[in-house]
Design a binder for this molecule. Structure first.
Ligand SMILES: Nc1ncnc2c1ncn2[C@@H]1O[C@H](COP(=O)(O)OP(=O)(O)OP(=O)(O)O)[C@@H](O)[C@H]1O
Ligand SMILES: [Mg+2]
Length: 323
């Protein structure tokens, strides 16, 4: 996997309290990556470490191959960010603000300003004074400013805050466009799963400073991964015993597609269900069904029980207490 940002065991302690606890994950170029967690989870703290606003207590962040600790300047050259509200001069136009900012860098050509303005779709208002801008327009200007120097990573903390549904939709569209057009990795944080689902390719779920999971919205679970499959059978106890015996006796069971049939955990539920962890392949499920039927059991239903991201996130937020 290609990585543009890598966190390795990133930890932050402030006055003895662990706020971010051993975060390890990586972000790929060209993806929109979400940082999802309830209030107080540690999203802003992690982002502040990524963009170099605060130091890490332990661990390492690598951006485009540069360690934030050891090669701070090279790493930061690859980062564009809006963490706090960007400050603009209200009496100047958006364009003048960008020009002013561009002068702080040695090598931003004039065309780049027009390019970023087009990327965030601010062409129609860029020559108006910033004090006449709506919140969404200011944010676009902030993003334009953040990507002027062609970073590899754009980091936005809670970018949907305060935007109306239309503004959120537009933000989503232009972030996606940026990721594709500039090959940028875009990292956004939010406490709302519904927004992340629409905006991101993958999300890291965090709670109490810990990483619970990284989930993809695009990919199905890999074939190697075992998923829980529920078989409704007349005699679950016997069904489970038969599978266990077969598993032990057969050594290598084959599924109908010629692969090895790996059978994971087997458990029974109530008087009519057996849940088996199986490879996420149709052949594996069909083979177990055949094994049960051959053993004289009646199978009346089969369901795959994959926990949705929503289930998982609700478990997290329900358990959350603000202390
Ligand atoms: N400078 C600090 N000193 C002490 N505690 C802090 C400091 N900064 C953050 N915290 C604590 O760390 C925890 C995580 O805060 P953080 O702002 O990173 O959460 P967040 O996920 O961004 O939350 P939100 O969704 O509310 O923005 C909170 O409990 C917060 O009170
Ligand atoms: Mg925050």
């Amino acid at each position: 996997m290609e990585k543009i940002v890598e966190l390795k065991g990133v930890t932050k302690r402030i006055s003895g309290k662990t706020i971010v606890d051993g975060l390890t994950f990586a972000v790929r170029p060209g993806e929109v990556f979400g940082f999802l967690g309830p209030n107080g989870a540690g999203k802003t703290t992690t982002i502040r470490m990524m963009v170099g606003l605060i130091s890490m207590t332990e661990g390492e962040i690598v951006i485009a191959g540069h360690s934030v600790k050891r090669e701070f300047e090279q790493a930061m050259r690859q980062v564009g960010a809006i963490v706090e509200n960007p400050e603009f001069y209200g009496f100047m136009t958006g364009y003048q603000n960008l020009l002013h900012y561009a002068r702080m860098y040695p090598d931003i050509p004039g065309e780049r300003i027009d390019e970023v303005v087009a990327l965030v779709h601010l062409e129609n208002r860029i020559h108006d004074k910033v004090k006449t801008y709506s919140l969404g327009m200011r944010q676009r200007l902030g993003v334009a400013q953040a990507i002027l120097h062609r970073p590899s990573v754009l980091v936005l903390d809670e970018p949907t805050n305060g935007l109306d549904p239309e503004g959120i939709r537009e933000l989503r569209d232009y972030l996606r466009h940026l990721a594709v057009a500039e090959g940028l990795a875009v990292i956004v944080s939010s406490h709302l799963l519904s927004e992340m689902e629409l905006m991101c390719d993958r999300v890291a779920i965090i709670q109490n400073g810990r990483l619970l999971d990284v989930r993809s919205f695009k990919e199905r679970p890999g074939e190697a991964e075992l998923v829980d499959v529920c078989f409704e059978v007349d005699m679950p106890g016997e069904a489970s015993e038969r599978l266990q015996q077969l598993r032990e006796a057969a050594g290598e069971l084959r599924d109908g597609g010629g692969g090895v049939l790996e059978i994971g955990e087997i458990r029974t539920e109530g008087s009519g269900s057996m849940i088996v962890a199986l490879p996420n392949r149709r052949e594996a499920i069909a083979r177990v069904n055949a094994l049960l039927v051959e053993g004289g059991l009646q199978v009346s239903g089969i369901r795959t029980l994959t926990k949705t991201l929503e289930d998982q996130f609700l478990e997290v937020t329900r358990g959350n207490r603000i202390v």
